[in-house]
Design a binder for this molecule. Structure first.
Ligand code: ADP
Ligand code: ZN
Length: 765
C-alpha cells in the first residue's frame, strides 16, 4: 500500500485510497476459445500472488464457469481512466502457481509470436511451456522435518517416549532436512512418533515439490579443441566480436558439407560460457542422434539434449534444470528455441534451411524467426549455419542485413566428391536395364563394394509401388479421403495413403472392371531394397525410412550398424541425406533427382538443390575419397547442374532474380490462408467471401498488398475435406497482418468450415 500511495503526487481523494486494492486488475488469456485477453479484478488477498506469468482460475461467461488462464499483464490502476466502470469486472477466483510458470522475457517473446503469426497468446504460451511442466509431471509433494535451534539446545533435557526421542535425535543430527519417509526409515519407526513430535512443536514441517527421479546431465569435457583452419578462425572472430559487443546480430555461417561448422559453434559457445552465459543449439529433429549428443558432451560439462522422446516428467526435470542455471548448452529441435535459460548468450541454428524448423500447427512459427527475435530481446548473436542456406537467409547475408562468414573448403583439405549426372533417358531406352538402378550406377556400386567401400542410395519415396493401376481400364486406386494415389507396401500387403494413413488390403483385381492382374507401378524404397538384394545378394543392405524407423532408437541402431561396416549398402529417404559423417562411404547414388523438381511450389528447385547437395556431402569424408552419381531425366536443368558442381552461389544467382520477379520471399512477405470443409462448393464460396473481404480492405486503404486466389489447393482433398487456398503478399508484413486481422474480425465462419492463416508458409500444397 505504501509504495502505491507514492504513485500519486497530490493527496489522493479518499475514495481512491479505499478502492486502491480492488482497482488493480490483471489481463488473463486462455489457451482455448474464447482466448481473451479479459480483465479481472485482483482481490486484495491475492495482491502479492497474482504475478505476470502465473496461472489463475477465473469465472468465465454468463454461467461463470471456472476456467484456467494465464496472467499476462497487471494494471495497478494508473492505465485506466477514472471513468472506468469496474462493476462489470469479475474477481480472480484462485491462483494456481506459486511462481510464474513462464519468465518475463519468454512472455515478451510469446507476445511477439502472437502478433507476428496471428495466433492467440494463450495458445502460444502453451506451445512455449511444455505440457509436462504445466502438469508438474514427475514431481510430488514431500514433507520435510527439521528441529528448531531452541529445541536442539535442550535436546538432552526432554522427557519423551523412547521412539520419539530416538527419531528426534536422528532428525536433529541430520545435516539436511529429512523427509517423513527418510526419518521413519532411519529411526526404524512408523510415522506415528513423528506426528507426535510435530504436535508437540518439537519439529517443524515444510512442504516442497520434488522430482521423483534425478537424471545426470553433468559430464566431463574429454576432448580438446582442434586447431582451427584460417576460414574457421575468421568465422569465429566474426562471432566473438558480436559476443563481446553484447549486441544482437545474425551471422550466416555458409560452410560446405564437412567444412567444420560444428567446431566453430563449439568454440563460440565456449566464449559465451566464459561470459557466464548459456547457449542454445537447434538442429533438425533427425540429427538428434547420439552422434550429435556425443560431440557436445565431449566438449562441455553441462549439456541438456532435448529430443522428442523425452517423457513429460523428463521434460519437466530438464526445464527446471535449465531454468535454474544448471545447464550451459541446450541442444534440441525446433521447440528448444524456448529453453528457459536464465542468461541466454547465443543461439545457433545448424542446417538452418531445414523445413522441420517450421511448426505445422498453430502457432505456425519458424524457429529461425523466433530465434532472431529472442536474440534481439536478449542482445545476443544468432548463428545460422548451412551448406545450403535458405534463399531468404542468403539474400539477407549478401545484402548486408546479416553478417556472412564462409567456410569454402572441407576441414583437413579433403576434396569435395566428384559428382556426375546419369541421363535416365539413355539408361532406360534400352530394354536390358530395368528397375531403379541404371547400368552405370550398378557398375559403380559393384566397384565400390569390391573395394571395401560403403554405398548410400537416396530415394525420396517410401513404400513399394507408388501407384496401383488397372492395366485394362486404367483405374488408379486412390484414397477415399484424399486426392492421392495409394502406395502399395509389400511387407504388409497393404495399400496406404501417405497423407492420412488410410489403409486397405492391397487389391488383387480391379475394383472397377474386375480385371485380374493389377499393376503395381512406381518405385518406392521397398521395391528398391528388393532390387538391391537381387542385384547384390552378397552384401548386406538396410532400408531407412519412416516405416522402418518407427521405434525410438532404431535410427541410431541402424547408423551404428552402418558405421561398424556390418551394413554395406544403406538406402533411404531424405533421412539419410542429413548430417551423417561416415568416412568409408565411397559412393552416393541418387536414384531419381527429379522427384521434387516439378511440384507446384516455388521452392521446388531449392529443395531439389538442397537434397542433392546434402546427400552428395555424405561421401569423400575419408582417405579413400568418394563419388556421387545422380540419376535424372533432366541433366540440363540448371538446378541439377548447379548441384552437380556443388555450386550454391550459382544456384542462388539463378534463383534469386526469379524470386524477385515473381514477388516471392525474401522480396515480398507471404501469407497463406487455407479453407477446408466437407462440401467443395461451400468451401469455394467461403474462400471467395474471404478473398472479397481482403480485397475490399486493400482497395479502401490503397494498400500495397496483392491477393492471389482463391484456388483449389494442389491437394484438393485431404482427410475427407476439400481445400481451397489464397495467398497474400506485400513488401511489408505488417500490412499483411492488419488486412488479415480486419477480415478476421468481420467474417463469420460457417459451422462446418475451418480455416487457418500461415505466415511465411513453407507448405504450398
Ligand atoms: P560440417 O558440420 O561443416 O558438415 P563437421 O563439423 O562435421 O563439418 O566437420 C567435419 C569433420 O572435420 C569432422 O570430423 C571434424 O572433427 C573435422 N574437423 C573440423 N574442423 C577441424 C579442424 N580445424 N582440424 C581438424 N579436423 C577438423
Ligand atoms: Zn488419405
Amino acid at each position: 500500500m505504501d509504495a502505491q500511495q507514492n504513485l500519486f503526487n497530490t493527496d489522493p481523494e479518499p475514495w481512491i485510497l479505499d478502492d486502491l486494492d480492488d482497482f488493480r486488475t490483471a489481463s488473463i488469456v486462455f489457451a482455448e476459445a474464447p482466448f481473451g485477453p479479459y480483465e479481472y479484478i485482483i482481490p486484495p488477498e491475492m495482491a502479492s500472488s497474482v504475478l505476470k506469468g502465473v496461472r489463475v482460475q477465473v469465472p468465465l461467461g454468463r454461467g461463470s464457469r471456472k476456467v484456467n488462464g494465464y496472467c499476462v499483464e497487471i494494471d495497478n490502476g494508473q492505465k485506466k481512466p477514472r471513468s472506468f466502470d469496474r462493476s462489470r469486472l469479475k474477481p480472480i477466483a484462485n491462483v494456481i502457481d506459486e511462481k510464474p510458470i513462464i519468465s518475463g522475457s519468454l512472455l515478451d517473446l510469446a507476445g511477439w509470436i502472437s502478433e507476428y503469426y496471428l495466433c492467440p497468446l494463450g495458445t502460444v504460451i502453451e506451445t512455449i511451456v511444455p505440457a509436462g511442466v504445466r502438469s508438474k509431471a514427475g514431481t510430488r509433494n514431500v514433507v520435510y522435518l527439521t528441529v528448531p535451534n531452541q529445541v536442539v539446545a535442550k535436546l538432552t533435557q526432554l522427557q519423551l517416549p523412547k521412539k520419539q526421542a530416538q527419531a528426534l535425535r536422528i532428525i536433529a543430527a541430520s545435516p539436511k532436512a529429512l523427509s517423513i519417509d527418510q526419518a521413519a526409515e532411519l529411526a526404524g519407526c512408523s510415522t506415528a512418533p513423528l506426528k507426535a513430535l510435530c504436535e508437540k512443536n518439537l519439529v517443524t514441517v515444510h512442504r516442497e515439490r520434488v522430482h521423483q527421479n534425478d537424471h545426470n546431465l553433468t559430464g566431463k569435457a574429454i576432448e580438446d579443441d582442434l586447431a582451427l583452419n584460417p576460414a574457421q578462425a575468421d568465422a569465429l572472430a566474426k562471432i566473438t566480436q558480436v559476443i563481446h559487443a553484447q549486441q544482437t546480430e545474425t551471422i550466416v555461417l555458409h560452410g560446405i558439407t564437412g567444412s567444420g561448422k560444428t567446431e566453430v559453434y563449439i568454440r563460440a559457445i565456449q566464449e559465451v560460457i566464459r561470459h557466464r552465459k548459456q547457449a542454445i543449439v537447434l538442429v533438425p529433429e533427425i540429427s538428434l542422434t547420439p552422434q550429435t549428443k556425443q560431440r557436445f558432451r565431449a566438449r562441455f560439462e553441462r549439456v541438456a539434449v532435448l529430443h522428442s522422446h523425452l517423457t513429460p516428467s523428463e521434460r519437466h526435470w530438464h526445464w527446471q534444470q535449465i531454468a535454474s542455471g544448471q545447464i550451459d548448452v541446450v541442444v534440441g529441435a525446433r521447440s528448444a528455441v524456448f529453453a528457459p535459460l536464465p542468461q541466454l548468450g547465443m543461439i545457433v541454428i545448424d542446417e538452418e534451411h531445414d523445413g522441420s524448423f517450421k511448426q505445422d500447427k498453430a502457432p505456425r512459427y519458424h524457429a529461425r524467426e523466433v530465434a532472431r527475435k529472442r536474440a534481439e530481446l536478449s542482445q545476443t548473436p544468432l548463428i545460422l549455419g548451412s551448406a545450403t542456406p535458405a534463399l531468404e537467409t542468403y539474400q539477407k547475408a549478401i545484402s548486408g542485413e546479416f553478417k556472412l562468414a564462409r567456410l569454402p573448403k572441407r576441414a583437413l583439405d579433403r576434396p569435395l566428391p566428384d559428382v556426375a549426372a546419369i541421363d535416365l533417358r539413355g539408361e532406360f531406352a534400352s530394354k536390358t536395364s530395368r528397375g531403379g538402378i541404371g547400368r552405370q550406377l550398378h557398375a559403380a556400386m559393384r566397384q565400390a563394394l569390391e573395394d571395401q567401400g560403403q554405398v548410400l542410395l537416396l530415394l525420396n519415396r517410401r513404400g513399394f509401388a507408388t501407384s496401383i493401376q488397372c492395366p485394362s481400364c486404367g483405374h488408379v486406386v486412390e484414397c477415399p479421403n484424399c486426392d492421392i494415389a495409394l502406395t502399395h507396401h509389400q511387407d504388409t500387403n497393404r495399400s496406404v495413403c501417405h497423407y492420412c494413413d488410410h489403409t486397405i488390403l492391397s487389391p488383387t483385381h480391379c475394383i472397377q472392371c474386375d480385371f485380374e492382374g493389377i499393376r503395381f507401378a512406381g518405385l518406392g524404397t521397398q521395391k528398391l531394397e528388393a532390387e538391391i538384394n537381387s542385384r547384390f545378394p552378397a552384401y548386406s543392405c538396410l532400408r531407412m525410412d519412416s516405416d522402418t524407423m518407427q521405434k525410438h532408437g532404431s535410427h541410431e541402431e541402424a547408423l551404428d550398424r552402418f558405421r561398424e561396416g556390418e551394413i554395406r549398402i544403406l538406402l533411404g529417404t531424405q533421412m539419410i541425406a542429413k548430417g551423417l559423417d561416415f568416412p568409408n562411404v565411397t559412393l552416393v547414388g541418387v536414384i531419381n533427382a527429379d522427384t521434387a523438381l516439378h511440384l507446384p511450389d516455388f521452392r521446388a528447385a531449392e529443395r531439389t538443390f538442397c537434397l542433392v547437395t546434402q546427400v552428395a556431402g555424405r561421401t569423400g569424408r575419408g582417405d579413400k575419397g568418394g563419388r556421387v552419381l545422380v540419376q535424372t531425366f533432366n541433366p540440363e536443368n540448371p538446378t541439377i547442374d548447379a548441384a552437380l558442381g556443388h555450386d550454391f552461389e550459382r544456384f542462388a544467382a539463378l534463383e534469386i532474380p526469379q524470386r524477385e520477379q515473381f514477388g516471392y520471399p525474401p522480396f515480398r512477405q507471404l501469407a497463406r490462408i487455407v479453407i477446408r470443409g466437407e462440401s467443395e462448393k461451400q468451401v469455394e464460396a467461403f474462400a471467395r467471401q474471404i478473398g472479397d473481404r481482403l480485397e475490399e480492405h486493400i482497395e479502401k486503404d490503397q494498400l500495397d498488398v496483392t491477393v492471389l486466389g482463391p484456388a483449389a489447393a494442389p491437394i484438393t482433398k485431404l482427410r475427407g475435406k476439400y481445400r481451397f487456398h489464397l495467398f497474400l503478399n506485400s513488401l511489408h508484413g505488417s500490412l499483411l497482418r492488419s488486412v488479415i486481422k480486419k477480415m478476421t474480425d468481420q467474417i463469420k465462419t460457417p459451422d462446418d468450415m475451418q480455416w487457418i492463416v500461415d505466415i511465411d508458409p513453407l507448405d504450398m500444397l
